[in-house]
Write a protein that binds this ligand. Sequence first.
Ligand code: AMP
Length: 442
Amino acid sequence: MHSIPIDKTPSFSKLSLDEQLLSAVNKMGFEQPTPVQLQAIPLALDHKDLLVSAETGSGKTAAFLLPTLQHLLSLPSGKSGTRALVLTPTRELAQQIFKHCQQLTEFTGLKTGLITGGDDFRLQQNMLRRNTDIVIATPGRVLELMDQEIPDFSNLEVLILDEADRMLDMGFSEDVLSIANSCNTRRQTLLFSATLTHFGVIKMADKVLTNHKVVALNTLYDGHRNIEQQIVLADDNDHKLKLLTWLLQHETYNKALVFTNSRIQADTLRGPLRGQKLRVGVLHGEMDQKDRNRMMELFRDGEVKIILATDLAARGLDIKGINLVINFDVPRNGINYIHRIGRTGRVDELGLTIALVKHTEWNLMSGIERFLKQKFKQRRIKELEGKYKGPKKLKASGKATGGKSKIEPKKAAAEKVKIRHRDKKNVGKRRIPTVKSDVAVN
Ligand code: AMP
């Protein structure tokens, strides 16, 4: 995960788009690309699968339409069938995107079609038979047409899931997956959602995206309504093992997932936990499929209540009743953290997630907090209190420990005076708000 420097004078002409598209953009009065356009378009032009957090109003429609249209223009297809499909939750949205697409294709000769419930079925069938290049649709009607074996997505080049979180909230999860499964497997997939911390979106991303990049604008975190997030400080891995054992013995949970950053770490923890009479299974990428399936079955049936897993092994894990997630190792980036905690706290369930953080992981954990725009609750386990209390600076201000400030009185007074001088100097001056455009790509 790293930030991408934003060009100070962004312009559409720098985005490697054909003249026909630039003329349309110009005619629509777009002078500069919006942040999501600036980030997503180059990656999409590079044929990457993308998971993008962007809200309505951010310019997301052009962020997925422009690279898709560019692709259709640069690689004319000799094959039959629809070349690009946009799925969106409501008829109104589909109409809006259709209009947007017609404006953007005005100088191109590309054909755009609209498929929504309530409109004439026959006309839609005919439109699909005429090999419309790009189709904007709601999932329900596409499925109805698929029952008649009309749409041909076997040569589809780009699949776009717009407002995926809303589609899933509206109950379209199965429909969207059926449609995605009927599409060319070598297609590019762009998944847009207002939030990336939605349980369904994470699962959907696991299923439909391949080696995807993430473009996260500042709408990333939705507060993850059902999940309480805690951190517990630890001295080292031995201390972490004691804390982990204690938590697994004292917390109330149905099923627990413990994440490690490596297969070896997962294997190492199994023995000592079993020694404490905890029924623990391991799930990692190097196990053969038969063993993995067997382990999932045991976990699903509740015979094994605790699974030690690596990130890779947990992708796509869809098991009900996981209400405790422990990060034995702090994940390497914010997106992995979201994937991990997304396994708990489904819409109708409550979840608790605890990260065990040693001093070498503090910065990583703070980075994740910044990424999510969240401060996690620090919890102490009295029985197993360690020596590590957080970084010195925070200790001094009492933030990490909740204790009293340890700044020496003289120094603290000098600090105060400095602040007052600065405030006086700035009296009457207008504060310029800083524009935040957090963009993270991994
Ligand atoms: P969207 O988030 O795609 O629904 O777009 C919101 C509104 O912003 C629409 O009215 C677009 O036409 C407009 N829009 C999209 N991109 C730009 C841009 N680069 N400059 C100005 N307006 C834009």
